[in-house]
Design a protein around this ligand. Sequence first.
Ligand code: NAD
Ligand code: SF4
Length: 442
Amino acid sequence: MGRKLLLEHINVPGINTFDVYRSKGGYASVEKALKTLTPDEVVEEVKKSGLRGRGGAGFPTGMKWSFLAKPEGVARYLVCNADESEPGTFKDRYLMTHIPHLLIEGMIVASYALGAKTSYIYVRGEMMPQIRILEKAIAEAKAKGFLGTNILGTGYDLELYVQPGGGAYICGEETALLESLEGKRGNPRIKPPFPAIAGLYGCPTVVNNVESIAAVVPIVNEGGEEYAKVGIGRSTGTKLISAGGNLKRPGVYEIELGVPVEEFIYGDEYCQGIANGKRLKAVVAGGSSVPILPANLILKTINNESRLMSYESLADGGFATGTMMGSGGFIAYDEDQCIVRNTWNFARFYHHESCGQCSPCREGTGWMEKVLHRLEYGHGKMIDMDLLVDVSKKIEGNTICPLGDAAAWPVASAIRHFRNEFEWHVTNAHEVTTRNYGLAHY
Ligand code: NAD
Ligand code: SF4
């Protein structure tokens, strides 16, 4: 049984209330940090823990915190990115729904470490229940003296606000999120400058994912070095994985990083295999923004080693992505799933969500969607696969924000690994058309 650092008490009745959460040791990290550690010492613990950003990029959290500029007399902000919108990803929503005080506790400790006196949790606009849950939890924490002025008599002041998101996937990109938080249209900014230098209202800002902030709690409680003992190599700690698709037991799992992918898919503790006795065909391991891999390549690396659920082991997809761990949205496809249809589905998502600022993304996502649509509906041509790869290459690396890359990789990887299936859609156009007759276009 793997260690649970975040979800240990998730099944305790009433854990969403302050009193029950506190009775299970909740808010101990606030007492420890504010009463016994300096802000720099908290940053040091996070650095020692090796924690990497849990939103998708896997950037070292302690390093990001240490980049925060600290000009005299200028406000600093902590913004929690709770705009979880990545297809197949629902772990942050789960955490906020069931154990909201873990996030509030992490926000207090992280804000203290960064010297923020005002912090925000930017929650995806569609998640109204979670917004209400968090507002209630904040009110409870404030009533008990853990938020507001002079927290626990330490002289530290913090106001924490929940901000409903703008209702677009792109508002989860950190600079678009900041624009939206400032009341503007959620268009990504060009980086650099990074938010650590010029973020919210032009002030130094750290933007961290929900799970990253929650992980600060066990890091401070147990110490960074202890936290780093969990996991494998540079993939330290535990990770929440939202598992979906054709799995026998989909859901949110807290895994110790380093669990073999095969064990995660087939193990009794986790997903228990593919539903309805089918065979695994492919997996998208980290939300739709990472390459799709066929079953043989997700279970074993190209060196025939067992592939692990870790940032490193999920990194050799052959694409310019840092890691396929991504947001932890693990989507499994059984043998009956159509890769062309799935790829078209992803492409129309990205086309719809593109903010339109840069031409390669705005136009390229549209072209990919159109070409994939004609393939899926029996009007494709043999040159379409090369055309798609060409368009994906023209998008990749040529855009302001990572949405362009995210749109390009699933298409390019699907063609690389499943070209036969694309070709079949051309040579069997009549069957494809018949099969899709009656299926919704949109
Ligand atoms: P990124 O690699 O550009 O940045 C990672 C973080 O490190 C950012 O906060 C950035 O500001 C910071 N950073 C990097 N270099 C820095 C420097 N030199 N100085 C200061 N700070 C620096 O990636 P990103 O745009 O934050 O995230 C992209 C990822 O988001 C994708 O891989 C995708 O998987 C994921 N994603 C997740 C969701 C979700 O719902 N969870 C949705 C969309 C995308
Ligand atoms: Fe907008 Fe796409 Fe450019 Fe990102 S890559 S800024 S979503 S047009």
